[in-house]
Design a protein around this ligand. Structure first.
Ligand SMILES: [Zn+2]
Length: 270
């Protein structure tokens, strides 16, 4: 009799927990799904997660999102798991408040506010990568500006801002875990394609998943090469001029599909 009672209690508790997890959080607007995203977008989002691991930009941490093709007020991003493990079944729909539309008990990345607040501030942005891209970290903590030293990273010309969470929140755990911190980061990004986060990592934005993956990969490569060039040249490095960078970026813009196709095929074949 006691066992039955306990079982009933446990069953009831599980049902209540499920209902609580399925219900919208207090204060979060209750909203219907924008509908299923285009299969191609979903496939590319999963591929982007895997490619960025293959290319050394993401590891067990970091995340990629894409604006929903049916509703600019929504974006798509995996539940909280390592990027290498992401499948289409893990992708959740989010509002621009960075709250999931129907999480059904699945947990979200703590730093999802990076994505919602940038999509809110930048209508041109359709894809975002947040990484702890290792080679960029020194440029976020030394004051040495990240600058394009070859044509592949020409998009960095014009300046890479550094966002310092301490200026926004004082002593913290370094994570963008609130909408206010997401807004502060989005402000620091401004109209640029990349922003560094002091003592943490970087955010890259783009008008497509192939573009934001390209930018994330070549931000990491440029940072690595720039540190080598500074060491080798005793501090003297010749960077791309603004005119060279503008021309190089325009030329490379037409070839983004080439590395994307290669990276995606490799990621699907493993
Ligand atoms: Zn992070």
């Amino acid at each position: 009799m006691i066992v039955v009672t306990r079982r009933r209690f446990v069953a009831g508790a599980v049902a209540a927990l499920g209902a609580a997890l399925a219900a919208p959080r207090p204060g979060a607007p209750q909203s219907a799904s924008a509908g299923p995203p285009a299969p191609q977008l979903l496939e590319d989002l999963v591929a982007a997660n895997h490619i960025l691991v293959d290319q050394g930009v993401l590891d067990g941490y970091g995340h990629v999102s894409a604006r929903h093709d049916r509703d600019p007020g929504r974006f798509l991003m995996s539940r909280s798991i390592a990027p290498e493990l992401v499948t289409a079944a893990d992708v959740l729909e989010y509002g621009l408040d960075s709250e999931p539309v129907a999480a059904a008990g699945r947990t979200s990345y703590l730093e999802r506010f990076i994505h919602g607040e940038i999509y809110r501030a930048r209508p041109d942005v359709r894809a975002i990568v947040h990484s702890h891209s290792p080679s960029v970290i020194p440029f976020g903590v030394t004051g040495a500006p990240l600058r394009p030293l070859y044509h592949m990273s020409a998009f960095l010309s014009g300046g890479v801002p550094v966002w310092d969470i301490h200026a926004a929140a004082g002593d913290s755990d370094m994570l963008v875990r609130t909408p206010a911190l997401g807004r502060s980061l989005a402000q620091a990004l401004g109209t640029r394609p990349v922003v560094l986060m002091r003592g943490h990592g970087a955010v890259a934005v783009g008008t497509s998943l192939p573009q934001v993956v390209f930018r994330s990969v070549y931000t990491e490569v440029n940072a690595r090469l720039q540190a080598q060039a500074i060491a080798l040249g005793g501090g003297h490095v010749t960077y791309l001029s603004p005119e060279e960078a503008a021309r190089a970026e325009a030329s490379i813009a037409g070839t983004l599909g080439r590395p994307w196709e290669l990276w995606k095929r490799k990621s699907l074949g493993r």
